[in-house]
Design a protein. Structure first.
Length: 545
């Protein structure tokens, strides 16, 4: 493929990155609406993230298990382009299922909420196929050494979708920009706000999915790239992953059983609340401990473990799990925090700008991280590191202003953008160093948020998006370094660990139900702490080799 065609193919490819961001960020507005509409507790509301991100894990695991059983590389059999098309069609079916799920859904109707979760799962399953193919596809469109820069560029488009998503969904649900005078309870009771608006939104989204699939199918610039046809089996690693899967099914079955028979608006007993929290933490422990034990066993006999024999990969799997978990849980639980008196007593219609700004922080960082794609001179690069973040910041403010939302209060975020710019200069484009710097910044921001209230705390938590922004490519690069023939397999394992977005938000949700929403943000501190440990640990691993 010529260089010109590679660039055109990349621009076509980033369409799917936009969709991932748009839907994922939309959940931030959809969660508090569903909590109110279906009379859910905070844990139950986070099941939206559980269904959506859990699908990523199931989809990636299916591809790996199927390839292991048939001893054929399924991505090579299908090809990147065809796999993305299949994923888009599957997401279209999920959008159709959402339209059916919300049709006639009444307030407090638990069955409707269950159908919504199932539909989101199907959408996420399609995204899993897309992501498994799109990431290596983007890397293949040019020099491998600049592959991470192309991922940053695609990530920037993804984050543009995350900045738009909350705004569009808020306008679709409430039909208006933020207003403190809206009584959502009364509007739901009077059927002035129903799930009908969600139907129209997902009809539109489903049409976009189909349109994107058509673009990929008919695009002459997108050739059918494939992976190495050789499939490297890892039976022991497969059984470890299946053990995690079965364990999680059993654990969450026990969790969900605590809610069976609970009447509308009813509350769980303190005993049930504590049991759910313990089981949620058990799910977390099962994932982490199984991966660490797998790597420990592989040191005695590497046969059958594949990429899991490499400590940087296993630690990286936990890092991706933790990173996605903290990125999702900060914003997933943020609406509940903003509803408390110490954080503004906002209603559900007023939170969209904050969710948009959080995801906009990721866009700011990823746009900045993508600068290297264009190979500027060192002098121009330094200036771009200062200018681009504020251009991206201006885009986020403009999107909210055009939509009718008040944006003056968001100007405080400019201070944290300065901190991020300093972080980029300290990181010097080195994955380990950059990850360490932004982990420390994220850790400090969460601590400030925990020990303060009001605007300082709100914007400290919002800055988590800024500091998470460049972690994915940094973790990815460190995790697959020196994997050799197992690089592709290792990449697949890393994608599975998007599972963190399904496990960590519900844990924080149940913590919020028990100890309070503000205090529940302690879980984000431990997430950033592990990411710092990972950056230091991998640096040590590579120094000793």
């Amino acid at each position: 493929m010529s260089k010109n065609n590679q660039q055109q193919a990349l621009y076509t490819l980033v369409i799917v990155f936009f969709f991932w961001g748009f839907i994922a960020a939309s959940n931030g507005v959809f969660i508090p609406f569903c909590k109110k509409y279906f009379s859910l507790d905070q844990f139950q509301s986070q099941l939206i993230e559980f269904a959506f991100y859990g699908a990523y894990y199931v989809g990636a695991l299916f591809l790996f298990v199927y390839s292991s059983i048939t001893n054929k590389n399924i991505l090579n059999l299908w090809g990147y382009k065809s796999t993305i098309i299949k994923g888009l069609i599957l997401s279209t079916l999920g959008a159709g299922a959402m339209v059916l799920a919300v049709h006639g859904g009444l307030p407090g109707q638990s069955s409707t909420f269950t159908y919504i979760l199932a539909a989101l799962f199907v959408v996420g399953l399609g995204f899993s196929l897309q992501q498994t193919s799109a990431n290596p596809f983007a890397i293949s469109l040019g020099d491998e050494s600049t592959g991470s820069h192309r991922l940053n560029l695609a990530g920037g488009i993804n984050s543009f979708g995350t900045a738009i998503g909350p705004i569009v969904v808020s306008l679709a649900l409430f039909g208006t920009a933020a207003s403190a005078n809206i009584d959502l309870d009364a509007m739901i009771e009077n059927q002035e706000i129903t799930l009908g608006s969600v139907q129209y939104l997902y009809i539109f989204v489903g049409i976009l999915f189909l349109a994107a699939a058509s673009i990929f199918y008919f695009s002459k610039n997108l050739q059918e790239e494939k992976e190495d046809p050789t499939f490297l089996g890892a039976n022991k690693a497969m059984f470890s992953l299946l053990f995690i899967t079965v364990s999680l099914i059993v654990i969450f079955y026990q969790i969900f059983s605590q809610y069976l028979g609970l009447e509308k608006g009813g509350e769980l007993s303190a005993e049930s609340e504590n049991l759910i929290l313990k089981l949620s933490f058990l799910a977390l422990i099962v994932v982490i401990l199984t991966l660490l034990v797998s790597n420990f066993l592989s040191r005695k006999n590497a046969d059958g473990w594949g990429a899991m024999q490499y400590p940087q990969l296993v630690l990286g799997m936990i890092a991706i799990f933790t990173y996605v978990g903290v990125e999702v849980t900060i914003q997933g639980n943020l609406p509940e925090l903003l509803k408390t008196p110490a954080f503004g007593s906002l209603n559900e219609t007023e939170i969209a700008p904050y969710i948009s700004m959080y995801w906009g922080g990721l866009m700011i960082g990823r746009w900045t991280g993508a600068i290297a794609v264009f190979n500027p001179t060192d002098k121009i690069k330094k200036w771009l590191f200062i200018i681009v973040p504020y251009v991206a910041f201006g885009v986020v403010l403009s999107l909210n202003a055009i939509s009718g939302f008040e944006v003056k209060h968001l100007s405080y975020f400019a201070f944290f953008v300065i901190i991020q710019i300093i972080g980029f200069f300290i990181g010097k484009d080195l994955p380990s160093r950059t990850l360490a710097v932004f982990s420390v910044l994220g850790l400090l921001a969460m601590l400030v948020g925990l020990f303060t209230t009001g605007k300082i705390a709100i914007f400290s938590f919002l800055s988590g998006g800024l500091f998470c922004s460049i972690m994915w490519p940094s973790i990815f690069a460190l995790s697959i370094k020196n994997l050799g023939k197992y690089t592709s397999q290792g990449s697949s394992f890393l994608v599975m660990m998007i599972l963190g977005g399904a496990i960590i938000p519900p844990i924080q949700g149940k913590l919020a139900d028990i100890v309070g929403i503000h205090e529940s943000y302690w879980i984000t501190v431990f997430c950033f702490l592990y990411l710092l440990i990972f950056s230091l640990k991998t640096n040590k691993i590579f120094q000793t080799k």
